[in-house]
Design a protein around this ligand. Sequence first.
Ligand code: ITT
Length: 187
Amino acid sequence: MNINLVTSNQGKVEELTSILEPFGHNASQLDISCPEIQASTLEEVVDFGLEWLHNQGTKSPLVIDDAGVFVDELKGFPGVYSRYVYDTISPKGLLKQMEGIENRAASFKCVLGLLLEDGGTHKFVGECNGNIIHEIRGDGGFGYDPIFIPDGSDRTFAELLPEEKNEISHRGRAMKNLLSFISEKGL
Ligand code: ITT
């Protein structure tokens, strides 16, 4: 299948492409920023984005990806505001907000939205639990990767090889669900 990845985020494009290609799918980026509504869940953002793209007549099949990091002690913040927090205070600023917080538990969540040529829409979710560390570590990945250690690892997402991150990440897990769906449907 030829899939359009509708995102402005290069890090997402690299990860999604490297997961799709071994399964024989071609992926190309459509650098369109969907208007993002103020919503309390990633799912609502994805539903709105899919409807908007469908109404615009954007070439399908296409995939959108909304993701964020949810810190337990901050009641899930930055969560749906992850992009805004990244652009304003950056991961360093988030570490500053977390000074003195002992419970560092956090999770990444990714919701993928799929719009098919017949107008059908589907969502796929993946999560990854772990901890926010106290400093920036590693050069790989993007976004908050240098401050997050997934459960079961002693390295941050930014210290893992891309294929190691994909194996356990929120996005990798959501993509596994999407790939099972398209293979079951014979797409
Ligand atoms: P698009 O909406 O154009 O796809 P975006 O960067 O605005 O790109 P999001 O709204 O999903 O994407 O923003 C979520 C932010 O969370 C993103 O900018 C990153 O800083 C961060 N993020 C998302 N996935 C991540 C990952 O796998 N590792 C680290 N940080 C991630």
